[in-house]
Design a protein around this ligand. Structure first.
Ligand SMILES: [Zn+2]
Length: 190
């Protein structure tokens, strides 16, 4: 399991940090935890390809956690993706992702399936599972806990007062072939 922090900023990107996104390479497949604006560009700074993303788990639908999704999906289409993409999120996921898929003019070239989840759900996947729990936030939100794979557990459970999601062990810095192997206020969303 290889964890790459693609973005750790809250509310909006900064000069140094992109909006929320974590890539988790399970070897069998690559999953994305949140997909903030700029996630595609961050993939170019990593050793991973955004074309390998098989699943996206969205914690909630504040813009800094999902606005990268329309661009990511449209770029996948431009690069002739045919593999399915599964997107998981809180109960409003179907409506929110549906809106994202209706943005602009493009042809969706691969199956996108949205899975609305509630707290206390376990999603069983090949070689690992993802458990959801409630997250304290003003909008429908979930925390994710991944179990299994080759090296245990990864979690997006949040500590009180912290805005970034995720936990991990590594940050990649090698350049990649993207298509190959592909002013702060108290009211800002996190
Ligand atoms: Zn938020």
């Amino acid at each position: 399991m290889r964890l790459t922090f693609l973005g750790t900023a809250g509310s909006w990107p900064t000069k140094e940090r992109s909006a929320s996104a974590i890539a988790l390479d399970m070897e069998s497949e690559l999953i994305l935890l949140d997909c903030g604006e700029g996630t595609q560009r961050q993939f170019f700074q990593s050793s991973a390809s955004f074309m390998r993303v098989r699943r996206v788990f969205v914690t909630h639908f504040h813009g800094d956690h999902f606005l990268g999704l329309p661009g990511l999906i449209q770029s996948m289409c431009l690069n002739h993706r045919t593999e399915p993409l599964d997107i998981y999120g809180p109960p409003d996921a179907e409506e929110m992702v549906g809106r994202a898929l209706r943005m602009g003019y493009f042809t969706l070239r691969f199956p996108v399936t949205v899975h609305p989840l509630t707290a206390g759900t376990t999603v069983e996947l090949e070689g690992y599972s993802v458990k959801t729990s409630a997250a304290i936030h003003p909008v429908p939100s979930l925390a994710y806990r991944l179990e299994g794979g080759r090296s245990g557990v990864a979690s997006t459970e949040r500590r009180p007062g912290r805005s970034a999601s995720g936990a991990g062990t590594s940050r990649s810095s090698r350049p990649a072939n993207p298509f190959g192997s592909a002013p702060r206020s108290s009211t800002r969303p996190t």
